[in-house]
Design a protein around this ligand. Structure first.
Ligand code: ANZ
Ligand code: ZN
Length: 833
């Protein structure tokens, strides 16, 4: 056939690869390892075009690295638990497990249709009993190690999803999935102790130079490292009690005119003796706690006086203690010293509640202390009678600690915004928390031999509490420790737990231990990880934490999970809008494959722009990609006799003939290899297109010459052999991008065996040496033309060649050549009088 019959042949080649086991991970320690991973998909039911883009990149890289001889692990699995499946199941009356299983089948089919070269023996699904068990074992080990805590704390409650969310899952005060405003609730929860890794998570970012700076910066500010001072303010008339504040501006302490506590501050349990005051403060607190996080931060500054005063430890002066809505419970120590003269928020608050404003910092340029507003910058301290008077702000910060440290009232403090990760979810479709609550023994781990704790088959969809808590058969169980009746933990784990460590399970998805340490240590860290930038804080922080936690459990010996991270760009519609059902602009990858074949879709997605830029989808795109592939096909079909007659895998290095083409062939190998490794798929394909054009440029000559020779059964010219070798090379270099048609062309070119099993072509350094140089020629500084010379040509010979040319003679017009300016490899300029 003249055109590639993708409807039959794509599937044919996929079956051939499968039968040959071309993509199975070999686990061959004698080869250098290479781990390519895409963020595994949530089992939503269909593969969208964004997946297709992401996976085309990973697959192209994996195919090339495999051919280059790496022991490539390129696995795929399913992020299978989660609320959408639970909701869909409730809505359609099916079980979430059934829904998820169907989704998995269809998504896997689509991955085959795209020609993705996964090692399916490593497939895993987070809802499988194997994975559930492994994760529960992990949970209990982390608990044992003190890396999981139980706490009754104020947590983020999503009123739509009826579940607790982690801080990372609250975006601008709203649930990451529901978009519902989040309120605070006090619920007993399991927390992963991610805070204990805050310093390491922060410091490690400096060394992650294979990650985009944008993601590293997002993580830095999310972890929020801040160096400051904790200062203790004793309470008036109560020697035994004090309020501790965290400040980054200890130098302003003399200007402190009040203390402010977060509404959640523990001190409110004991601080206020006066019952009426206490009631008023509690009313205020309850009011604040009902507010969404967003309301709390955007609203006017509000507060209430506790009636208690504290003593400024530097000046000895009393300051009132208030509760304020803008003081956050989960940052620093949940209490601040208010310095209205030098902090905007404190000034707003002071104005609203008629608190003193006392400037103590003068700007260096002397004009900082008008009444124009606050001076928040650095300067000189003006605090007569204190030991820091006259110091610079910087010196003052150190001096305050020096003054107060002897009495134990101040210490350096490094704070992190990062909060512990609450992982209890009041949902059904997740991994059950393997804990039994006993009235006598407390929280008792389910013994490892009783794992996994599997979900009950039926969901009780109505009633009080979480779905599992309504299921008495599930909930009621004997305490493993004392045997008395007890209750199971009613919650499931946040599904982000599932995705925080799956990449460590991929090398050994059936191991009894959560990970097979030896194999895991050989294959990890992941060399290249590809996914959306939206995971910068959630998944990618959790994954880094889990890696460190598993390291500290002695399970793995590396510190970071992903060496290089690539965030692929979006695929928008033609007008650059995000695809959405409501706009009706969703591109269905399967339809594109049906019409143009998988290769055309892959090449379009990879060639259109650089990997991280947005693609504005064009319906004509896959067609032009297809046209390019057919252009290569025509060339192969035209030269079939020649290709069969010279079966050399690549132009033999000894051949001097066809010099330029041979050099270009080898340059293209080098460029494609380098570009694919560096995720520059678009320029790699551009290089293949250029090589295609070079072949077309000499195609006509080759046809005659080779047909002649072949007819007479005579020897094929060296030029023709180089041509054939280069054309064959083009097919091989095309294979990672357009694997199906490449196999077809390889067969058309008379080659046996699968291209997928063939090693990657080697660059011959000798072939890279230029056989000609092209030099722009100028006469009196004006460019005339470009002329080819041998690389070792002398200047005299160059001039001789030039003056013999008609065009040069015309320009020189009988004048004398006074001077020759030659910049090697750049230019030759004839200066004529
Ligand atoms: C006194 C002061 C004076 C402050 C001044 C600033 C300027 P970063 O850099 O983000 O760490 N702060 C501390 N804990 C807080 C909490 N729980 N909720 C709200 N604000 C809190 O910010 C540290 C500063 O943020 C601290 O320094 C404190 O205000 C405030 F002229 O203390 B500062
Ligand atoms: Zn018990």
């Amino acid at each position: 056939p003249d055109t590639y019959d993708h409807r039959n042949r794509d599937r044919f080649w996929q079956d051939q690869w499968q039968a040959a086991g071309s993509f199975a991970w070999r686990n061959d320690a004698s080869r250098p390892k290479y781990y390519v991973l895409e963020m595994f998909p949530y089992t939503s039911g269909r593969l969208h075009i964004g997946h297709a883009r992401n996976y085309s990149m990973g697959d192209t890289l994996a195919r090339m690295q495999r051919a280059r001889g790496f022991d490539v692990l390129y696995p795929m699995g399913w992020d299978a638990f989660g609320l959408p499946a639970e909701n869909a199941a409730v809505k359609f009356g099916t079980h979430p497990g059934t829904f998820t299983a169907q989704a998995t089948v269809s998504m896997k089919r689509a991955m085959h249709d795209l020609g993705l070269s996964y090692s399916w023996a490593n497939e895993l699904s987070t809802c499988s009993p194997d994975y559930i068990r492994a994760q529960q074992v992990l949970f209990l080990r982390l608990l044992d190690k003190g890396l999981i805590l139980r706490d009754t704390a104020y947590v983020n409650w999503d009123p739509v999803e009826q579940t607790v969310l982690a801080n990372e899952q609250v975006i601008d005060g709203k649930g990451w999935r529901s978009g519902a405003p989040i309120v605070k609730r006090r619920i007993p929860q399991w927390f992963f102790n991610i805070r204990s890794y805050a310093a390491e998570l922060h410091a490690g970012l400096d060394r992650l130079d294979g990650w985009p700076d944008a993601v590293r910066n997002i993580q830095r500010s999310w972890i929020g490292q801040s160096d400051g001072v904790e200062i203790d303010f004793p309470l008036t008339g109560r020697d035994d009690r004090q309020i501790t504040v965290f400040t980054t501006r200890a130098d302003t302490v003399a200007g402190c005119t009040f203390l402010a506590l977060a509404a959640e501050h523990q001190a409110l349990d004991w601080l206020i003796d006066d019952p009426e005051r206490r009631e008023a403060v509690y009313r205020f607190r309850d009011d604040i706690l009902k507010q969404t996080a967003e309301e709390r931060t955007t609203q006017d500054k509000r507060g209430v006086d506790t009636g208690v005063t504290a003593i400024n430890p530097l000046t000895g002066e009393p300051v009132p203690v208030l509760v304020a809505n803008y003081v956050l419970a989960d940052y620093g120590v949940g209490a601040i010293m208010g310095v209205p003269a030098h902090d905007e928020r404190d000034l707003d608050f002071a104005r609203a509640y008629d608190l003193d404003v006392r400037p103590v910092i003068r700007a260096d340029d002397g004009d900082g202390d008008g009444d124009a507003g606050v001076h928040t910058g650095e300067g000189v301290i003006v605090a007569p009678g204190t030991p820091i008077d006259g110091l610079t702000t910087e010196a003052g910060r150190a001096a305050v600690v020096d003054c107060l440290a002897p009495s134990g009232r101040a210490r350096h403090s490094r704070q992190y915004r990062l909060q512990n990760w609450s992982i209890s979810r009041q949902r059904y479709w997740g991994n059950p928390i393997p804990i039994i609550h006993c009235a006598d023994c407390g929280a008792v781990p389910v013994p490892e031999r009783d794992l996994p704790v599997l979900l009950p088959q039926t969901i009780i969809t109505s009633g009080e509490g979480s779905p599992l808590s309504r299921d008495q058969d599930f909930m009621t169980v004997a305490c493993p420790s004392c045997g008395k009746p007890a209750r199971r933990d009613p919650d499931t784990m946040d599904t982000f737990v599932d995705s925080s460590w799956y990449y460590m399970r991929f090398p050994s998805p059936y191991a009894t231990e959560p990970v097979d340490s030896a194999i895991c240590n050989r294959m990890l860290p992941v060399d290249v990880y590809i996914g959306g930038v939206e995971h910068a804080t959630l998944h990618l922080i959790y994954a880094r934490f889990m890696t460190k936690a598993l390291r500290d459990l002695g399970l793995v010996d590396f510190d970071e999970p992903f060496l290089r991270l690539y965030n692929q760009g979006m695929v928008n519609d033609e007008l650059g809008r995000k695809q959405s059902k409501s706009l009706g602009n969703v591109v269905e990858p399967m339809k594109v494959i049906e019409e143009f074949g998988a290769d055309a879709l892959r090449v379009y997605l990879l060639f259109k722009t650089s990997y991280n830029a947005a693609i504005n989808w064009e319906d004509t795109g896959p067609r032009s990609a297809r046209q390019y592939l057919e252009r290569v096909q025509r060339l192969v079909l035209r030269h079939q006799p020649l290709l069969s007659a010279c079966p050399d895998v690549l132009a033999p290095p000894a051949l001097a003939a066809g010099g330029d083409l041979r050099r270009k062939a080898h340059e293209t190998i080098a460029k494609v290899t380098r570009d694919v490794e560096n995720f520059q798929f678009n320029t790699a394909i551009a290089a293949l297109m250029t090589l295609t054009n070079e072949l077309y440029a000499v195609s006509a000559d080759m046809t005659e010459a080779s047909e002649d020779a072949l007819k007479k059964d005579g020897p094929v010219s060296d030029d023709a052999r180089v041509f054939a070798g280069t054309l064959r090379l083009l097919i091989r270099l095309l294979a990672p991008f357009a694997p199906h048609i490449a196999e077809e062309l390889w067969q058309s070119a008379g080659q046996d065996g699968l291209l997928a099993n063939l090693p990657w072509p080697e660059v011959d350094p000798a072939a890279l040496v230029a056989t000609v140089i092209r030099l722009p020629v100028q006469v009196n500084g004006r460019t005339l033309t470009t002329v080819e010379f041998a690389p070792d040509v002398s200047v005299d010979d160059m001039v001789a060649t030039l003056v013999a040319r008609r065009d040069v003679q015309r320009r020189v017009g009988g004048g004398q050549i006074r001077k020759v300016i030659h910049v090697p490899n750049r230019i030759i300029n004839l200066v004529v009088a």
